[in-house]
Design a binder for this molecule. Structure first.
Ligand code: FAD
Length: 591
């Protein structure tokens, strides 16, 4: 089985040339993100991913986490890996120095997280959920709460969870029923939560649950939900066991090593985060980070599936060369296998570029001294988050599926590992809001509500890029320009259609195809930018000729095989609504 090797060259290219790390490092407080420091971090992270996390990915999947007597045992090697992860300071990396972190930009923690997710998605979910819980506390936790919980959580001694879902409350959190009754300086939390990632495990000393619940006098619906910290063990010298227990863990299609817990709260002591009835509002503020992180899982799993398929295609000997004659050859020589590998490679690179560029915009939105610039970047981030989440995860699944296809029958059996990526990828379009929910967010909140203003700003950026592309005489760049212009027009038509549609059913019927259109055009935008950088680099005497030739060819492939779908998607969005709603429920049932 081939080992994971972090795509450091592409990561550095995207960081420096497309996501403008140099400019991010000039933002206040990010001066430590020097090229040397970032390089050293990437090198070390890549070693940890290849040497510690990747080797326990397949075995972790086969063994899975086990539940017995209220306890969860993670697979062999996970405890040791987690210990090393925390000792290496990796858990703390994304956080502010004040809390023991390294205070690095989001743009720098993004490739590092990609490596964790590529090498072992199940493992990566534990620090990811801890990060979400830390961010909730940073955002609205009182000073005593922060002091009691953050240092141990940032260090990784304690992990965190997010408890939103209940049996009757999945996409629709207004239906949350878990109760919180005031008792002195705290609350007593009672109810059941399902699907709680790392809700119970044996990696850390304590688990800090962030739980959505309702106080007795709370208004119905989304405006009556509050957020509570409910630790497994109460902080303090006696470390009393709280009334939060795991009732079972799920048997799942993928991410077998990541325990997905049913949690029962029986008058568990909980502490309010922020104000009563504002829990969902806090969750929404944090949602960009969480959705971005899941989008990155799409990128990561696509990269990993590609690496494995490439290694297999170089080894598997089958069929004769179409032109060379002679005996059987490695399947990488066959055009259709090349096509599949190029689909995997080009889309993984386009998604990475979009994700990292969005991460950089988060840094600008957070730290730029000028308010207007911050707002502009925040609007871009808000527009792109559902695209990064929805498009990268949907495409991640397609790429993992192509990985199985490249393996032929060996992809369908477990021992090559290709099947695991497909199974693991399958959850990414479901949790943290399904693709349908992302698409509705994109169309409703991010486009229709503001008359398409941010989308139109982005379209004007695409048009500016067109002017730069027009200056090139390179055939690949010309092809990209033409496909991107058609894609830009397709997005512009859809934005006008969405903004002018009077019936929300018409707007939403094409929401997922529109999200896909936005994704492939945004990916094309990044590939076109990359192509221009590579064209320029090839004209200079220095630089990595092989890398830039490869990038240009990959970008050209993306234009011809992926971006080219844009006009058809436009037609689906603009003309397809009637067909979506055509059948009555009775007609669905009729034989
Ligand atoms: C492995 C795993 C880990 C998870 N981890 C966590 C966790 O750590 N914490 C946590 O709180 N939750 C977690 N979840 C829960 C996850 O976030 C939910 O499963 C997800 O939000 C979808 O909710 P649901 O399963 O109830 O599906 P439903 O909401 O019932 O959706 C079913 C289908 O209906 C569609 N749909 C629903 N409403 C609408 C609408 N208004 N318009 C259009 N389509 C709609 C959806 O897109 C979907 O296709 C996890 C789930 C899994 C499986």
């Amino acid at each position: 089985m081939s080992a994971y090797i972090a795509p450091l060259k592409d990561m550095r290219f995207v960081l420096n040339e497309l996501a403008c790390l140099g400019a991010v490092a000039k933002l206040p407080g990010y001066q430590d993100a020097t090229p040397d420091t970032v390089d050293a971090i990437l090198e070390e992270a890549s070693k940890f991913a290849s040497e510690v996390l990747d080797p326990i990915n397949y075995s972790g999947d086969q063994e899975g986490s086990k539940f017995a007597g209220g306890q969860v045992q993670t697979p062999k090697g996970f405890r040791d890996a987690y210990k090393k992860f925390c000792e290496g300071g990796w858990n703390a990396l994304p956080f502010e120095a004040e809390w023991g972190g390294q205070g690095l930009p989001k743009l720098v923690s993004t490739p590092v997280q990609e490596m964790w997710k590529s090498s072992n998605m199940s493992f990566s979910l534990c620090p990811l959920l801890t990060q979400g819980a830390i961010e909730a506390l940073l955002l609205r936790g009182s000073e005593p709460l922060k002091r009691a919980y953050l240092p141990s959580m940032v260090e990784g001694k304690w992990t965190g969870t997010m408890n939103l879902t209940e049996p009757q409350a999945g996409s629709d959190l207004s239906l949350v029923r878990t109760r919180a009754e005031r008792e002195g300086d705290h609350y007593l939390i009672s109810g059941q939560k399902i699907f709680i990632t790392y809700g119970e495990h044996d990696l850390a000393e304590n688990i800090v649950h962030l739980v959505l619940a309702r106080t007795p006098d709370a208004p119905a619906g989304t405006k009556g939900i509050s957020l509570f910290v409910v630790p497994k063990f109460l902080p303090g010298p006696d470390g009393k066991r709280n009334g939060a227990r795991c009732a079972s863990i799920e048997h799942k299609l993928g991410i077998h090593a990541s325990p997905t817990a049913v949690m029962v709260y029986d008058k568990a002591v909980g502490y309010l985060v922020g104000e009563e009835n504002r829990g969902l509002e806090y969750m929404f503020i944090m949602m960009n980070a969480a959705r971005f992180a899941v989008g990155l899982e799409g990128v990561a799993i696509a990269e990993r599936a590609f690496q494995r398929a490439l290694a297999f295609a170089r080894e598997r000997v089958q069929g004769r060369d179409l032109v060379g004659g002679g005996g059987a050859v490695p399947i990488i020589r066959h055009p259709d296998v090349r096509r599949m590998l190029m689909l995997m490679k080009s889309q993984a690179e386009a998604m990475r570029a979009l994700a990292y560029t969005t991460a950089a915009a988060m840094d600008f939105a957070h730290r730029h001294p000028d308010k207007e610039t911050r707002n502009k970047h925040q609007s871009f981030v808000d527009l792109m988050i559902p695209v990064v989440k929805g498009w990268c995860t949907e495409t991640g699944i397609e790429i993992a599926s192509l990985g199985v296809q490249v393996h032929g029958g060996m992809g369908f059996v477990e021992e090559t590992g290709a099947a695991q990526y497909l199974r693991d990828a399958r959850i990414t379009t479901i949790y943290e809001g399904t693709t349908g929910i992302q698409a509705m967010d994109l169309v409703g909140r991010k486009i229709a509500r503001e008359g398409g203003a941010t989308a139109k700003d982005w379209i004007s950026q695409l048009k500016k890029l067109d002017a730069d592309l027009a200056k090139s005489a390179n055939a690949d760049v010309k092809a990209l320009r033409s496909a991107l212009a058609a894609g830009t027009q397709a997005v512009a038509d859809c934005v006008d259609f969405i903004v002018s549609a009077k019936d929300p059913r018409v707007q939403f019927a094409g929401a997922v195809p529109f999200l896909k259109l936005m994704g492939i055009v945004a990916g094309g935008w990044q590939m076109a930018r990359a192509a221009l950088v590579s064209e320029k680099s090839l004209a200079s005497p220095e630089g990595d000729v092989s890398f830039h030739q490869t990038k240009l060819a990959t970008a050209r492939f993306y234009a011809d095989h992926v971006l080219v779908q844009a006009p058809a998607l436009r037609n689906t969005v603009v003309n397809g609504a009637a067909g979506v709603m055509a059948l009555s429920e009775e007609q669905f049932l009729a034989a």
